[in-house]
Design a protein around this ligand. Structure first.
Ligand SMILES: *Cc1c(COP(=O)(O)O)cnc(C)c1O
Length: 358
């Protein structure tokens, strides 16, 4: 398959991209989308770029009933030099395949996935905003499309990619969030789908997240589903904390999504010679450190926010303020380093950013 030569049907009625200042997240989409089909016996076929628009699905389409669906999320950035950079596109493409494996979805060629993203961003490149902090969000997705009721893997699938310009996550500077340690609800368990980026995990997180919102918290800190003791993730981000001079993040244990931002942060922290542990960390250890003052900072990592500092932790009816409710030094340093790679304003020692058209 020639990677850069996907057939294109141009949108006859292209829209005017909104002004950068008005952008939020996930509401506006560009003029084109990428599609590719899978059918048993035929494999993946017919990659193409077509005008953005709705799908027609039979009401018995199996994804609508049994949730056999995966996605990924990454971004393209327009730097002050005018270049458009996609951050770790090959790694996101590889992760889509790992998610596919957990959901019994046939493997895609990761080079085709990355090429599809690059080609689509190329076609809609005038949609990549340029205001500081803005970006183009990229959503590759696979859904099961066979028409049947019954629980078994589908014989046909649709791979699609859509794009949408998104606003700065922190238009007024980085704001620490308040998070509630969930003692009742769990997002995922070992042996389940926690390591896959799949719709089911988001459905499972809604109830606990709403409960936290009602108590005035922004996000949930998810504990493991077996002991309700060890940290898994925060909201839809990976969690990191610094106790004394040790940076700790939960090891990838099957219940945790292997975040690309998590990986970027760990690599940078190790480059900087810091002591980094991927290990089990119990909520009792975190609360003890919060009480004796050794919990220096805590933050979530994810593509949407890069880093999201935790200013306050609610646990068993008590509130624990972290670093005076302000962003920590290491959190800020990570944010600056990663954003520098994304916009081409800082060094890229690991070659994470790839410009469009190179
Ligand atoms: C997407 C996601 C993350 C963050 O992954 P990134 O690759 O850093 O964006 C973390 N946890 C969950 C559950 C996620 O779905």
């Amino acid at each position: 398959m020639a990677l850069s030569k996907f057939p294109i049907t141009k949108n006859a009625n292209p829209k005017q991209p909104p002004a950068d200042e008005t952008l939020s997240f996930g509401k506006v989409f560009t003029d084109h989308m990428f599609l590719m089909n899978y059918d048993a016996g035929q494999g993946w076929h017919d990659p193409r770029i077509v005008p953005y628009g709705p799908f027609t699905l039979d009401p018995a389409t199996c994804v609508l009933h049994y949730g056999q669906a995966i996605f990924d999320g990454l971004k393209a950035f327009r730097g002050p030099d005018g270049q458009i950079r996609i951050f770790r596109g090959a790694d996101h493409s590889a992760r889509l395949n790992r998610s596919a494996g957990y959901l019994c979805i046939p493997q895609l060629d990761p080079e085709v996935v990355e090429a599809s993203i690059r080609a689509l961003v190329g076609v809609d490149q005038h949609w990549v905003p340029s205001l500081a902090g803005t970006s183009l969000y990229i959503r590759p997705t696979v859904i099961a499309t066979e028409t049947f009721l019954g629980v078994h893997p589908s014989a046909s699938y649709l791979y699609y990619v859509i794009l949408g310009p998104v606003g700065a996550y922190y238009p007024e500077g980085i704001n620490p969030v308040r998070i509630l340690v969930s003692e009742q609800h769990v997002r995922a368990v070992k042996g389940g789908l926690g390591a896959a980026k799949t719709a089911a995990n988001y459905a499972a997180s809604l109830y606990g997240a709403e409960a936290a919102n009602k108590q005035g918290y922004t996000q949930v800190l998810w504990l493991d589903g077996v002991h309700h003791r060890y940290l898994d993730e925060v909201g839809t981000m990976n969690i990191m904390l610094r106790i004394g001079d040790e940076v700790i993040t939960p090891a990838l244990n099957g219940a945790i999504l292997a975040g690309i931002t998590r990986d970027s942060a760990l690599r940078l922290l190790r480059d900087w010679g810091l002591r980094v542990s991927e290990r089990e960390i119990g909520i009792d250890e975190v609360i003890a450190a919060a009480k004796d003052g050794t919990l220096k900072e805590m933050w979530g990592t994810g593509t949407a926010a890069v880093v999201s500092p935790v200013g306050e932790l609610g646990y068993q009816g008590q509130r624990h303020v972290i670093n005076g409710g302000r962003i920590g030094e290491m959190t800020q340093r990570l944010y600056d380093a990663i954003v520098g790679v994304q916009y081409g304003t800082g060094p890229d020692p690991h070659g994470w950013a790839r410009t469009i058209g190179d």
